[in-house]
Design a protein around this ligand. Structure first.
Ligand SMILES: *Cc1c(COP(=O)(O)O)cnc(C)c1O
Length: 430
């Protein structure tokens, strides 16, 4: 797919006038006078989500404990209801997705179920570019089986520190691998792995495979069920716009519903059985079986509304705009900022089909200071060491004109050397 772009301001405005998702922007609270390009880290609050939080607050106020079973949306069933909506976003069956826990807890929970080292098959295959928390969880799970992570965790290497080669991953699917766990989209470079291909290759070798879809859920369409993916986890606070620290999702393919949840808790019981208070744990034979505890309802409420917005917009439309607007950003950076004295490079696959929702802009020496200068120009990017500025033009609320302005501002920061006023130390949260 190639797109035709021009670099002038009028063209940016023309693209906005043709944007079929432009009607969604007004639903979101944009930070005042700011261009927000960080929806890959924390999505924005929508008025719909805010209303739904207030609805639950009112139920708590007015009905207190009755809220669990009363009203239009009894709290007791909300994680399942929200799971059903989410299933449509990731291409799963209704019973295969549940809202629960947090990403890292869900990794622990599902790996504890799916990692069953036996005989020669004892190793977990992952990659060296994954988010550190995922790797910590994998190591912890190996230790819990009484094994040594230095021996049992195999990390596929990246040749350039940015990308993974799918065929390298496949070459590492040897007969001592018990389980594969990979990211859908790499959090730094934005590379989207070919999930269906990797799933097919894993299954050919009788290896179970799971994905962390934090950086793709809500911006890249998936077909978890059709692909036969065994399991997945993902957060709801990035492209799903569920709110800071909002609960996460997990997906379990229906063929695995009989497997045992080992981080077991009473919310994993069948709905009808939970309040029997039996000491024998019998888990619900659906993704809900992997719930552990009482769900935080005030945090769940915004996730529901945020998913409704995504379903209303349509994952196909979201993906089409995402590919197009990131291509536009990459085009402007290449055209205006790649040569001396700017020397920015794009650290994201240029083929839109091979990337998620953000563009990694690299600057060999000054990325930290340039990020800080952008913040002082009311543009919110994020920074990932050592040299990556991530910019995510989010299809539901960012405009082409904003992208154009970000590139103009970057140019100005370099032309005036404004970045030199800042220290090279990374902020605590960047
Ligand atoms: C955002 C993200 C996380 C965050 O984990 P939490 O448990 O929600 O703090 C983990 N893994 C990946 C790949 C992520 O992108």
């Amino acid at each position: 797919m190639t797109y035709k772009f021009e670099s002038n301001q009028a063209f940016a405005k023309k693209l906005d006038s043709e944007d079929i998702l432009s009607r969604f922007r007004h639903k979101f609270y944009m930070p005042h006078d700011t261009i927000y390009m960080d929806g890959n880290s924390l999505g924005l609050l929508s008025t719909d989500a805010e209303k739904n939080i207030n609805r639950v607050i009112n139920e708590w106020k007015q009905t207190a404990i009755k809220g669990w079973m009363a009203g239009d949306k009894p709290w007791f069933y909300l994680p399942e209801e929200i799971g059903k909506k989410c299933a449509r976003v990731v291409g799963a069956d209704e019973k295969e997705v549940i809202l629960t826990g947090s990403t890292t807890v869900n990794i622990h929970s599902l790996i504890s179920t799916f990692y069953t080292p036996q005989g020669n098959r004892t190793k977990i295959l992952a990659d060296e570019l994954n988010f550190p928390s995922d790797i910590y969880a994998l190591k912890g799970q190996i230790l819990m089986k009484g094994l040594d992570p230095d021996k049992e965790l195999i990390l596929v290497r990246s040749e350039d520190g940015r990308y993974l080669d799918e065929d390298n991953i496949v070459a590492s699917m040897t007969d001592d691998i018990a389980l594969i766990f990979l990211p859908s989209v790499l959090y730094k470079s934005g590379q989207l792995l070919d999930m269906p291909y990797l799933i097919r290759q894993a299954h050919k070798r009788d290896i179970l495979i799971g994905f962390d879809c934090c950086h793709s859920a809500g911006v890249v369409p998936h077909k978890f069920h059709e692909w036969g993916l065994d399991f997945a986890v993902f957060c709801s606070y990035k492209y799903i716009n569920g709110g800071p620290g909002s609960p996460a999702f997990l997906y379990v393919n229906s063929t695995h519903f009989e497997k045992k949840p080992l981080l077991s808790g009473w919310f994993g019981c069948g709905k009808d059985k939970q309040f029997d208070m039996a000491l024998e744990f019998e888990h619900a034979k659906n993704a809900g079986g992997w719930q552990i505890s009482t769900q935080a309802l005030l945090s769940a409420a915004p996730v529901e509304s945020a998913l409704e917005i995504i379903l209303d917009a349509g994952m196909h439309n979201i993906r089409e705009k995402s590919k197009h607007i990131t291509a536009y950003l990459a085009y402007l950076v290449e055209k205006d900022l790649s040569k001396a004295p700017y020397e920015f490079t794009i650290g994201t696959p240029l083929d839109p089909e091979k990337r998620g929702g953000h563009i990694a802009i690299e600057h060999a020496t000054e990325a930290v200071r340039i990020s800080k200068a952008l913040l002082d120009h009311n543009i919110i990017p994020d920074f990932r060491p050592p040299n990556v500025i991530r910019l995510a033009p989010v299809p539901l609320y960012n405009t082409y004109h904003e992208v154009w302005k970000v590139v103009q501002t970057l140019k100005k920061i370099m032309d005036t050397t404004a970045y030199k006023h800042y220290s090279t130390e990374r902020k605590t949260v960047s």
